[in-house]
Design a protein around this ligand. Structure first.
Ligand code: ATP
Length: 326
């Protein structure tokens, strides 16, 4: 190989680019992964959530052929991580703690070096580096060392570095930790652009809004085991509560309003501090039930808001139920 011009082809016959089936990994007596199964289709984002020590890095190490599983099967881009580790490594890009840029080299030198390590000749390596510097808006900073970059620039260089070899799958480790809101947005848009072009992403993050925005599916790990998986909406539906919050008009007696809601078969909770009534609902039609119940006792809602559970609600509920690693 000399050009790095084209993506290295995946072998998957179907659409699945990341697959782990019943993967376990033990370190001595510690079971870091316990029969974990995940999968991600081409051009989608799979987010891994979990406390420190939950097994996220171990799973990424297995999937990138850095660490053999103790049992189970894993494949990336259709290549088996145990039998074809070299093929796997050619097709993955790593960021954050999964990889590193050399602080002694400039941004451009880092990219050139990576391209050379991947087998490009010097000219093609320089061309690939310049292409990525332009794509990530890093030309102005190309001659500087990463240590002088802002957090946002550093993450962009990190992501650019992971893309040198045109990977089919990238592993993004906490890509926006510590970034200001506009840099986060910028990085999210870059990731969305890559995904729209067919790159598959495995994302580990502590930020649930990040998983909510970027991930097509989410797997929650705890003590090495999968404790939940699904789309963000599916996870919210399993443990989250939807609520209606009513602010009765100033003249209304809140106790009368509560009684009316209760008679309609729902359970109101008075929030005295805010002067509101919070009602947990099962279905959207319950909003109409609340309005009708109030109307029957002559009370109008000065304000009415609808609360969806957040991914934070889901995660806190799940994480509190699950055992933490000792
Ligand atoms: N090489 C190793 N030898 C022994 N134990 C290990 C090794 N690597 C990981 N572990 C243990 O396996 C468990 C899972 O660790 P892992 O790093 O995968 O968790 P994590 O979810 O990535 O956590 P973090 O968010 O802190 O990176 C932890 O108890 C950790 O101490």
């Amino acid at each position: 190989m000399s050009g790095l011009a084209l993506p290295t082809a995946a072998r998957t016959t179907g659409d699945i680019m990341i697959e782990a089936a019943d993967v376990s990994k033990t370190f001595g007596s510690l079971r870091a992964l316990d029969s974990v199964s995940v999968s991600a289709r081409r051009g989608t984002v799979l987010a891994l959530l979990g406390h420190n020590g939950a097994g996220k890095t171990t799973l990424v190490n297995v999937l990138t052929a850095a660490l053999p599983p103790t049992s189970g099967r894993a494949a990336v881009a259709g290549f088996d991580v145990v039998r074809e580790p070299r093929e796997v490594r050619k097709r993955v890009g790593l960021t954050g703690q999964f990889a590193s840029v050399d602080p002694q080299l400039t941004g451009r030198e880092n990219l050139v070096l990576l391209a050379r390590l991947l087998g490009a000749d010097p000219r093609s390596a320089r061309a690939r580096a310049d292409e990525l510097l332009e794509l990530f808006g890093l030309q102005k900073f190309a001659a500087r060392r990463p240590g002088t970059y802002s957090g946002g620039l550093r993450r962009r260089l990190d992501l650019a570095a992971s893309l040198v070899g045109h990977p089919n799958v990238i592993f993004l480790d906490e890509p926006t930790t510590g970034l200001d809101p506009s840099s986060r947005l910028n990085l999210w848009e870059i990731v969305e652009g890559l995904v729209a072009e067919g790159t598959t992403v495995l994302l580990t993050t502590q930020y649930l809004d990040e998983a909510d925005r970027l991930a097509d599916s989410i797997t929650v790990l705890s003590a090495g085991a999968v404790i939940a998986s699904g789309t963000s909406d599916e996870l919210k539906a399993t443990v989250g509560r939807r609520t209606v919050t009513v602010t009765p008009d100033a003249a209304a007696d809140p106790a009368v309003a509560c009684d009316a809601v209760r008679r309609a078969g729902l359970e109101p909770v008075m929030d005295h501090e805010n002067g509101t009534i919070v009602i947990v609902i099962e279905a959207s039609k319950d909003v109409a039930v609340v309005i009708r119940a109030l109307d029957q006792v002559g009370i109008e809602a000065a304000e009415l808001s609808f609360g969806e559970p957040t991914l934070d609600d889901v995660y806190l509920t799940l994480a509190n139920q699950a055992p933490r690693p000792s």
